[in-house]
Design a protein around this ligand. Structure first.
Ligand SMILES: Nc1nc2c(ncn2[C@@H]2O[C@H](COP(=O)(O)OP(=O)(O)OP(=O)(O)O)[C@@H](O)[C@H]2O)c(=O)[nH]1
Ligand SMILES: [Mg+2]
Length: 348
């Protein structure tokens, strides 16, 4: 799972990157970062893993999220090739928005207005998708002049439909696509189709805001405050945040909200060598879960043995569950639930 942090200059992107990852990348009031990329992998905390590991005393492997911090991006620059490429390879986008006042840090638009900046970045994503489509359409039309092709014709039709949607200034996230249409355009990695979290970086004293849209979320955080307490130990940090009316650090809150937004769930594999969490999408089948673990497990899939993690703990581990016939045998199409322990039986 890759999340990319991007946004206009001096909004607090690197500050947020540090908060989410525990890194200490340099943040600066004046010098602008020249697009150097920061990258870090973070384990997704999950107390269920510790519970499960009581039966094994082995190593725990958490699910992981990779965060990228793209560096500065001026207004209208979303279209540059390197940025596009990084954004396209992301599973989700984190757009950092300036909400804090600081007379020393000039906002390019001259005033602080998070909703304006959110909508202007949304426009840029939409425009970049339109440009991608126009280029492709041009190519297709050229080819169609030379050769008739059913496939190209239907691609042309879908792209025109999508372009018309975008031209109403709507992101593709909000478009209801048929399965085959969605499949056809997947390769383009359209930016306005990606789940996005707009993170408003507020001043101390501002009220937290939050709202939901389709595959879109607006969250807010106090970058400066959370940065100042990064070095305190966990209990102190909690106390400190409480004084500001914050129950949860932005790091924990972000992971929770992003899982919700992207419909992600976890399943577990357990064994003597490791107790491990895996991330899949809600609605994924046992067959897809097997593929997540290893392609061999997917290719040779016979059955999945499944037990809900709480039942596993209650009954006292795998062996007991087996004896009491609490392990369910499920086929390829079984929809994996959050918290399932899954053991794939397969042919080699
Ligand atoms: N007052 C205030 N300053 C902040 C806040 N968040 C970040 N800053 C300051 O804003 C400056 C820029 O922060 P960064 O995190 O480097 O911002 P950035 O978006 O990564 O900047 P570039 O990569 O150069 O575009 C630093 O001096 C930060 O200390 C905040 O919530 N309040
Ligand atoms: Mg930066």
């Amino acid at each position: 799972m890759i999340f990319t942090i991007f946004g206009y200059p001096k909004t607090g992107k690197t500050t947020l990157f540090n908060l989410l990852t525990g890194q200490r990348e340099h943040v600066d009031k004046f010098a602008s970062s020249k697009g150097e990329l920061h990258k870090a992998v973070v384990s997704v905390p999950d107390p269920r893993l510790e519970e499960l590991n009581k039966f094994y005393n082995t190593k725990i492997k958490h699910a992981q999220i990779e965060y990228l911090d793209t560096g500065s991006l001026a207004f209208g620059e979303v279209k540059t090739a390197t940025f596009l490429d990084i954004l396209r390879r992301s599973d989700g986008l984190i757009h950092v928005v300036r909400g804090f006042e600081d007379p020393e840090i000039v906002h390019p638009a001259g005033s602080i207005d998070p909703m304006r900046d959110i909508s202007s970045m949304e426009d840029e994503l939409i425009i970049s998708d339109i440009i991608t489509i126009e280029k492709r359409l041009e190519r297709i039309e050229k080819d169609l002049k030379r050769n008739k092709s059913k496939e190209l014709e239907s691609e042309h039709k879908v792209l025109i439909k999508i372009k018309e949607f975008l031209e109403q200034n709507l992101p593709l996230r909000e478009m209801d696509l048929a399965r085959d249409e969605d499949f056809m355009i997947r390769g383009f990695q359209f930016l306005s189709q990606k789940p996005i979290i707009h993170m408003i970086n507020l001043s101390e004293g501002d009220e937290l805001v939050e709202s939901d849209g389709k595959n879109k979320k607006i969250l807010s955080f106090y970058g400066k405050i959370e940065e100042e307490i990064m070095d305190l130990d966990e209990d102190e940090r909690k106390l400190f945040l409480k004084e500001y009316g914050i129950d949860e650090s932005i790091r924990d809150r972000f992971i929770r909200e992003s899982y919700k937004l992207m419909n992600l769930i976890s399943f577990f594999t357990v064994g003597e060598d490791e107790v491990r969490a895996w991330t899949i999408r809600k609605g994924d089948t046992a067959y897809e879960a097997a593929g997540k673990i290893h392609t061999d497990l997917q290719k040779g899939f016979i059955r999945a043995e499944v037990i809900y993690w709480e039942d596993f703990v209650k009954v006292g581990g795998f062996k007991n569950a087996k004896e009491k016939a609490l392990l369910r045998l499920e086929g390829k199409d079984y929809i994996v639930k959050d918290g399932d322990i899954v053991h794939i039986r397969f042919n080699v």
